[in-house]
Design a protein around this ligand. Structure first.
Ligand SMILES: [Zn+2]
Length: 392
């Protein structure tokens, strides 16, 4: 949904809630616009210099003695809520005041080289970085649609300058694999929603990666990358590259997707050694496998939570079936019995011979799967063990 907003600017506040002698203008934005984009849109519409001016955006709500100021995404959300409640171009005009940016905010940007010399140190880095990126030539809006050639696959092994990654998480995952593949370790020098800077674990090495977000998007672009190590190999080995459990389970999960294939912790150890040249312990491999299975199947308890839904669907599809689930007084799962209508009807035409058997379940909660069948299956269920209570 698009929302049209009336803008008033170049005026003055006659009282706390009266903005007078203004000039009017207007913009149309989509309802889930971010704060940064809203500010950019207003600045673009009013021709305000992005780099030299700050703007303050306020609006007046009836019955409130001071105007509300939009300072962040939450402020924008609230404003959009107001606009949705009382639809109309003239409702809740935004009053725009401009002020000069202080020198400090822009001083550590070197416009002549255009390089990002300012991402480390200093307190206004994030702002400076935004300015740098604007100067480099990004326009006001870069909708993600326009940038189609970004990388979303975390398995790529070549990292280069100018590569664009879908988001920071993707770049992070790629770099985690990169360090393991290249047998070294890095330190995260800077990591926030605007930039991501890595250096070699060894202090006097020049391996370095700098990436920062593309303006108004989630895309992270590699701005600088020096893949040469100057540190001794010994340091790299001793810095102990650790394949974390999260990482190993990420590698293992796709293999475990095929439930028929047996994949033991020892297989995982061999895989990781062959792929990345890293040794992991049996314990780590076992825990990775558990984690990976959880990633694929969810927690065992979650499966039981789905039972009521499963039963409901069975009853909808096979009306007049005999389905019972017993729970203990503490709302814990006890027994499940299912005999579907087609099974019962089929039995009428069979010789009255019923075969009953049970099989132990090996999941986290144990239990026994029981079934009764003639030529056709008749009923099945889950019980704790084959005991008198559960047979009834
Ligand atoms: Zn190094």
């Amino acid at each position: 949904m698009n929302i049209s907003i009336l803008l008033r600017h170049s005026g003055s506040w006659e009282s706390d809630v009266r903005y007078e002698q203004y000039i009017s203008d207007g913009i149309v934005v989509c309802e889930n616009i971010s704060f940064v984009n809203l500010i950019s849109a207003i600045k673009a519409e009013l021709g305000i210099d992005e780099f030299k001016k700050n703007i303050e955006v306020r609006y007046v709500v009836k019955g409130n003695s001071s105007p509300l100021c939009i300072r962040n995404d939450m402020g924008v959300k609230l404003y959009i809520e107001f606009k949705k409640h009382e639809v109309g171009f003239g409702m809740y005009p935004l009053c725009i005041d401009t002020s000069d940016k202080s020198d400090e905010e822009i001083q550590n940007f070197d416009a002549t080289t255009g390089a990002i010399v300012c991402v480390e140190g200093g307190k206004s880095d994030a702002k400076a970085l935004t300015i740098v990126e604007s100067k480099i030539g990004d326009s006001y809006y870069i909708p993600e649609m326009e940038v189609k050639n970004y990388i979303s696959d975390t398995n790529i092994s070549v990292v280069e300058v100018k590569q664009m990654y879908k988001d920071k998480a993707t770049l992070k995952a790629v770099m985690e694999k990169y360090k393991i593949k290249n047998s070294f370790n890095f330190k995260v020098k800077r990591s926030d929603n605007k930039s991501y800077v890595l250096v070699c674990y060894s202090d006097d090495c020049c391996w370095k990666l700098k990436a920062s977000v593309r303006k108004n998007s989630d895309i992270f672009k590699v701005r600088y990358f020096n893949s040469e190590h100057r540190c001794p190999l010994r340091d790299r080995v001793l810095s102990k590259v650790q394949a974390t459990i999260g990482f190993v389970s990420g590698v293992t999960a796709p293999i475990l997707g095929n439930h028929k294939r047996k994949h033991t912790p020892n297989d995982i150890i061999t895989d990781i050694r062959a792929l990345y040249g890293v040794e992991i312990s049996y314990q780590q491999a076992w825990r990775s496998k558990e984690r990976a299975l959880e990633m694929i199947r969810g927690k065992p308890a979650d499966g039981y939570k789905q039972l009521p839904r499963y039963i409901y669907m069975l009853e909808t599809v096979y009306p007049n079936s005999h389905i019972r689930m017993h729970k203990s007084e503490k709302n814990e799962f006890m027994y499940l019995f299912i005999s579907l209508r087609p099974m019962m009807r089929g039995f009428e035409f069979c010789r009255p011979v019923v075969v009953v058997d049970a099989s132990h379940l090996s999941g986290a909660y144990r239990g026994t799967f029981v079934s009764a069948s003639c030529i056709l299956p008749l009923a099945y269920g889950i019980v704790d063990t084959e005991n008198d209570c559960s047979w009834i």
